[in-house]
Design a protein around this ligand. Structure first.
Ligand code: PLP
Length: 444
């Protein structure tokens, strides 16, 4: 047996002590943000040496109503005092009943019945099972560059080999169609990307499936791909094509849901009512919870025993989710929408002024800044070459010099991500934009 290196009863007093335990006893994982967190409040993270950081990333777009939100913390504590676990599928309980009812009220269209699980990837896989059960078909189409999780089922839908290296084979019967990535659209050369680009889906159904299509799975705004907002009419056309082939539209709102885009759900920005809607991340402000929600007609395709999760619908997480929705509806979604409109115009100014800023785009408080090398053409010759080295240098500068934590993402790893807690104030957002500009001035 390995010798015990540290006494776990003694608090760690430095960032290095935490990182060294990670190195020794955690599986080697992605940790590029390098800011160990001792405590957090609102939009502020504090490390083990008392340094404070402005959090513009929300733990990958999760703490939508702010770190340590009092109402959420109190709701969770109250439920902890009542009981923690009884398995919500064998012991019906009030937090689950209340949350299911509430989700039916706040989701778009006539989505009425939910299944609760623990994470986004489970929500996506459960939604695909339900679509298969309802349609009686098997095949699934997702978007190239899309992200839906890392367990083997959702990994099959994830359209990016970076997440799949060494992990294949995944689920069979998944094909991918082109994403609505206007800036680098191979179909229309960028500028004119519109609803017609969705026609690619017909070609993929015709050439890459047997026609036995159960679902098309789409993020209404693509998160990990680089904050990609589809052009007007695109998502609507995707749903029409899916329905023409007897398939359901699964809107994966794991990242876009719960106020992130300035609406409670991003589907509401478009003229679509998803057939199944997946949720996780912001749903309980950081407590582990996922869900997928469908109309009664679709949901009732599941029969007893078709699906279950021991921890799914944990009462503490559900109580936190109910408080999160209250908080969101009490002005926080409105704040996301207002601050997001301001952010959009500020980022547009950066795009106009800096030729390394290829494109800025987003909705609400989900915005991306795509960094490029203007001296070279990109992979499809429609936009300059993505500059992932610049993005990682900017992120490091922000962390080291400005105490700002900003995510980097995108299929080409060259997109700076503004996804702060939706409670962020104008002053804090202004600071993040100013510091990004300072980083571009210094590093670019
Ligand atoms: C759109 C989308 N779907 C699914 C997932 C997977 O969620 P989780 O990490 O909770 O499994 C993510 C995570 O980033 C996501 O952004």
């Amino acid at each position: 047996m390995a010798e015990q290196q540290t006494d776990p009863s003694v608090g760690r007093e430095s960032n290095a002590a935490v990182l060294s335990a990670y190195d020794d006893h955690m599986m080697p994982i992605w940790k590029s943000l390098d800011v160990p967190v001792k405590r957090a409040s609102g939009c502020t993270l504090e490390d083990f040496e008392g340094n404070e950081y402005l959090d513009v990333f929300s733990g990958i777009s999760v703490v939508n109503v702010g770190h340590g939100n009092d109402a959420v913390v109190d709701a969770a504590k109250d439920q902890l005092d009542e009981f923690v676990h009884g398995c919500s599928y064998v012991h019906p309980n009030e937090p689950v009943a209340d949350l299911a009812e509430r989700i039916a009220e706040v989701t778009p269209g006539d989505l009425q019945k939910s299944f609760f699980c623990n994470s986004g990837t489970e929500a996506v896989e459960g939604a695909v099972k339900l679509a298969r059960k309802y349609t009686g078909s098997k095949e699934v189409i997702a978007l190239e560059m899309g992200f839906h999780g890392r367990t083997l089922g959702s990994l099959a839908l994830t359209g990016n080999k970076a997440y799949k290296k060494g992990m294949a084979p995944t689920l069979n019967d998944v094909a991918h169609t082109a994403p609505p990535y206007g800036y680098r659209c191979p179909r229309c050369d960028g500028d004119q990307c519109d609803a017609d680009c969705a026609e690619e889906l017909e070609r993929i159904i015709g050439s890459h499936t047997s026609g036995d299509l159960a679902a098309v799975v789409v993020e209404p705004v693509m998160g990990e791909a680089g904050i990609i907002v589809p052009p007007a009419g695109w998502l609507e056309r995707v749903q029409e094509i899916a329905h023409d082939h007897g398939a359901l539209l699964i809107a994966d709102e794991v990242q876009t849901g719960y106020g992130r885009t300035g609406e409670l759900f991003a589907s509401s920005h478009f003229d679509v009512e998803p057939d199944i809607l997946t949720q996780a991340k912001g749903i309980a402000n950081g407590l582990p919870l996922g869900a997928f929600t469908a109309s009664a007609e679709v949901a009732d395709a599941f029969e007893s025993g078709d699906h279950l999760s021991t921890f799914g619908g944990n009462p503490v997480a559900c109580a936190a989710a109910l408080a999160t929705i209250d908080e969101l509806q009490d002005g926080i979604v409105d704040n996301a929408s207002q601050q997001g409109a301001w952010l959009e115009s500020e980022l547009q100014t950066l795009e106009d002024e800096y030729d390394v800023v290829g494109q800025t785009r987003g909705l609400g408080l989900m915005h991306g800044v795509e960094l490029v090398d203007p001296s070279e053409t990109g992979p499809q010759n429609v936009a300059p070459k993505p500059d992932k080295d610049l993005a990682s240098a900017v992120s490091e500068y922000l962390r080291e010099e400005s105490n700002v934590v900003m995510g980097v993402g995108g299929y080409y790893k060259n997109v700076m991500r503004f996804q702060p807690p939706l409670t962020i104030s104008r002053d804090q957002l202004e600071r993040a934009v100013d510091e990004l500009e300072a980083a571009l001035e210094t590093v670019a």
